[in-house]
Design a protein around this ligand. Structure first.
Ligand SMILES: Nc1ncnc2c1ncn2[C@@H]1O[C@H](COP(=O)(O)OP(=O)(O)OP(=O)(O)O)[C@@H](O)[C@H]1O
Ligand SMILES: [Mg+2]
Length: 272
């Protein structure tokens, strides 16, 4: 890990070993807690495939306690595959995944969830036949260290809209409400890290704005977040650090402003 200390800010070469890494030790983007802050989640040299398609090409990625990382890249570049590879949903062929320093490369998804990592997947993850209340209550559990900061009342206070629909079935909710319920369920597990994959996709602007406000509240509560979203401006506003994936490689790791201030990079990596 120490081999990334001193990594200069800015774009990284697309090819080759450790160069494409997003490590908390890097000077390019130091976590809020400083260089020695605990890494909640750390991926090293991940290679993942779907069948014979080689999707991830040696990806390094790290999230420290309390920090917010914007993970960006155009369609099909490997963002979701990276997330799934860290959560036990896709088995990497090479590389390792550590949660709080413990090797969990081959761990089952539920074991990784129990280690404090919550996931809001693309699409929605609720039980359509259960009510809003049942969806939330079923998900409840204490955090890794026994924390119960997020409970039913706090989720209700954070999502007043869900309170109005408390006895409605999940299937009766609008897309935005279902997304809120998915996030609410994730919070009920008292995670240390919440990974949001396209949480605002397909939502009307007003409801998307509500979701962004909620993400901001979650971030302020001290939960680390990884945000994948096509609304780069909103992601950059929240993120402490950003990473860009192109064709399964991390091609940029740095602060959001290092990326947004560089029109050429924005265009080359993100097409904007
Ligand atoms: N289940 C799968 N089987 C085969 N190929 C897949 C599968 N899921 C994704 N892929 C391919 O893997 C590559 C990376 O996809 P991935 O979903 O990780 O990208 P992404 O960056 O999340 O894209 P998007 O922004 O569209 O969500 C793409 O070429 C995609 O077509
Ligand atoms: Mg995706």
């Amino acid at each position: 890990m120490a081999n990334n200390v001193g990594l200069p800010p800015g774009p990284l070469p697309a090819e080759g070993g450790d160069a494409g890494s997003l490590r908390s030790q890097s000077n390019a983007a130091q976590p809020r807690g400083g260089p020695s802050a605990e890494l909640l989640l750390e991926a090293t040299g991940l290679h993942s495939y779907y069948g014979v398609s080689h999707i991830l090409h040696g990806v390094d990625f790290g999230v420290a306690r309390g920090e917010c990382i914007g993970l960006m890249g155009r369609n099909g570049m490997g963002k979701t595959t990276l997330i799934k590879s860290m959560l036990g949903l896709v088995r990497p062929k090479q590389g390792s995944v550590r949660v709080r320093g413990r090797d969990m490369t081959q761990a089952a998804p539920h074991a990784i969830a129990r280690a404090g990592i919550a996931y809001v997947p693309e699409g929605r993850g609720i039980f359509p036949n259960l009510t809003v209340r049942e969806n939330l209550v079923m998900a409840a559990r204490a955090g890794v260290d026994g924390r119960k900061e997020w409970d039913f009342e706090r989720v209700m206070a954070t999502f007043p809209r869900l309170g109005e629909r408390i006895d409605n079935g999940g299937a009766q909710l609008s897309g935005g409400e279902q997304q809120m319920l998915t996030i609410g369920r994730a919070l009920m597990t008292n995670p240390d890290l919440l990974i949001l994959d396209e949480a605002t996709e397909g939502l009307a602007p007003l409801i998307a704005k509500e979701i962004w406000n909620i993400i901001r509240t979650i971030r302020a509560s001290g939960i680390a977040t990884v945000i994948v979203d096509k609304n780069y401006g909103a992601v950059m506003n929240l993120a402490d650090r950003s990473a860009v994936i192109v064709k399964g490689r991390v091609v940029f790791a740095g602060t959001p402003s290092e990326l947004t201030d560089n029109e050429e990079l924005m265009h080359r990596f993100l097409g904007v």
